[in-house]
Ligand binder design. Structure first.
Ligand code: ADP
Ligand code: MG
Length: 230
């Protein structure tokens, strides 16, 4: 079953008089529960594509369906609700809130979006912290964690609302290669555990090989699709 269907999808940015074609009529389908990467050099369109899938930016042309919803038809408020209900985000620079503890960072999306009762929230947050191996660090502040630990917390935060889809834009760019592999492995094991679809982007050749399906972006076009038997 497809979670994401893109056909003839494009994005053009206007930079002064010049129109920049960041994404140029791409077509792809991503299945529920798959582990997918978009790879390509800086400027190839990875962030633009992930931002459209994540309803942070809207397409200039073509069609994009995420979880059965035509996301290009959503207004800003509807897009925010759709994101809250369906999508978790992991960022290159972790984006943890410095004044909140590990526990509070993971709890934050539940308070902001879903308004869960306190006891249910606590159970969910602790389950996720346990799943990413950060239960013992629940009371620490982000500044007391290593980069790899911060990204573990960010992965727990992305999953805490039971997101169907996690989008990770260059999640390993600020990590050493050993830690980068561990973070990808953790995302893979979370996929197994929760059947969440994971899409990450990278320009690191060592990390690309970790995905089951790898799309190579060049100048906004998909040049190649590679599938590895799982
Ligand atoms: P990547 O994430 O692969 O580095 P991006 O998606 O950020 O690539 O950028 C793709 C292209 O779109 C680049 O040429 C970039 O300069 C351009 N671009 C991205 N965002 C904007 C914007 N807000 N305004 C104008 N041009 C943009
Ligand atoms: Mg980018």
């Amino acid at each position: 079953m497809s979670l994401i269907e893109a056909s003839g999808l494009c994005k053009t940015y206007q930079a002064g008089d010049i129109a920049v074609k960041a994404i140029n009529e791409v077509n792809f389908n991503i299945d529920v529960g798959s582990f997918v990467s978009f790879v390509g050099p800086s400027g190839s369109g990875k962030s633009t594509l992930l931002n459209m899938i994540g309803c942070l930016d809207s397409p200039s042309c073509g069609e994009l369906h995420v979880a059965g919803t035509d996301v290009s038809s959503l207004d800003q408020k509807q897009a925010a609700i759709f994101r809250g209900e369906n999508i978790g985000f992991v960022f290159q620079d972790f984006n943890l809130i410095p004044v909140l503890s590990v526990y509070e960072n993971v709890e934050y999306p539940l308070i902001m979006v879903q308004n869960w009762p306190a006891a249910k929230r606590r159970k969910q947050v602790m389950e996720l912290l346990d799943a990413v191996g950060m239960k013992e660090q629940a009371d620490k502040l982000p500044s007391q964690l290593s980069g790899g630990q911060k990204q573990r917390v960010a992965i727990a935060r992305a999953l805490v609302t039971n997101a169907k889809l996690v989008l990770a834009d260059e999640p390993t760019a600020n990590l050493d290669s050993v830690t980068a592999h561990r973070v990808i492995e953790l995302m893979k094991s979370m996929r197994e555990k929760f059947n969440t679809t994971f899409i990450f982007s990278t320009h690191d050749p060592k990390i690309m090989a970790e995905a089951e399906v790898t799309y190579t972006l060049v100048d906004g076009s998909i040049e190649n699709k590679e599938e590895v038997a799982s």
